[in-house]
Design a protein around this ligand. Sequence first.
Ligand code: UD1
Length: 433
Amino acid sequence: MKLTIYGGRRLFGDLTVDGAKNAALPLLAATLLTDDDISLQNIPDVGDVRTMIQILEHLGKRVESAHSRESYLIRTVEPPLSSAPEHLVRRLRASFCLLGPLVARTGLAQISLPGGCPIGVRPVDLHLKGLRALGAQIESLGNLFQAQTHKLHPAEIYLDFPSVGATEQIMMTAALIPGRTVISNAAQDPEVHDLARLLIKMGAGIMIEPGRLIIEGAPRLQGTSHRVIPDRITAGTFLIAGAIAGGDVTVHCQPLHLEALMSKLDELGFEIQEHVESIRIVSEGPGSYNGGRVEARPYPGFATDLQPQMMALLALARGTTTIKETVWENRFSQAAELAQMGAQIRIDGSTATIEGVEYLRGTEVRGSDTRAGAALVLAGLAAQGLTTVLDSEEHIARGYADLPGELNRLGADIIVEEEEKASEEKEVVGGRG
Ligand code: UD1
């Protein structure tokens, strides 16, 4: 996909964000814990969700779209298989969370090394530590992890880092193990708590304490219905879009999940209004706000998934900014692309230092992961002239249902071309030349 952005348009209006991709993915995985029907609403229509649905269908589920595009009924047509197809699993890291539910259901599970955005080494040691503590024997066979067990048992597990995926993996597995499992230093993200709410409706007992989850598993889990929480990362992306382009944008979302972003935007000098179910940002655009310090940390800290978009915003701030990334070790890929547009960014390990510039100029840039791609689109909104974001691997659509379409509805001017059309056009242009 190729996005061409005509910079300099202000954004006005309001929008409602879809359900959270990062909540929907583990919720879909959790449907493997029961043979009963599960109905899920507010599932976003993004690439990663479509891949997860394909994996579930391979594993014996039928995923029917009910009433509207965002509602699905997940039924069981065959007992779960033990292994998911490698070519699908490799497309997204969240697929690794299937290992626990599958071993809990079948006693044997095989999942290949997960893929996803290239933002770090992405080890799975905490997932494996948790599953081993619950009684699974795990072997790595080349690219494949195999987990098997005669009987799983509850355990007390301390995570060295509050990994979102490992917390979800352990919680799902423990939900199907009678007895009390405790996860200490658990991730506290809203998406983790959304999964806990589904598991409670399915019959598990889960107590949420600060940094700790206590799970009373059940021998059998039942069907239920659940609505996915709004996507805080999508909401944050649109708020930063309003900030960088200038204008007046209201995003209908769950403000409680965006406190770190709102507080940071307020500190930088934007007008932020928080309502019960929406956030409004009013901005005068580039040059009207200050630089500052941003540190991406586990929730409730500033979300790493909004760090690239923040970097684009701060490239046009007054003064100096430092951004420290503490979650992923390779999450500054947008910096070199922003530099092509005229941004002044110096990277030193996990810290980026940005000297704000007066303007960015449009050019051709490449998005190498979902959020870096979004960050470049936002930079294009404020840049002088034409910015072309090349997203040949469709990273942006993996995480956003329609980023360019929503921005256009707010007043942006973005043209989207599919890769084939884009390359056909290149040939025509080449022919003329
Ligand atoms: C989830 C989100 C992703 C977000 C991330 C951090 C989904 C589908 N994706 O990813 O968008 O950026 O949380 O908020 O929900 N780690 C280990 N060992 C492990 C697991 C993780 O060292 O076993 C490390 C990772 O390499 C990384 C850090 O922990 O440096 C965070 O990873 P984690 O919280 O697990 O992220 P994901 O669940 O993969």
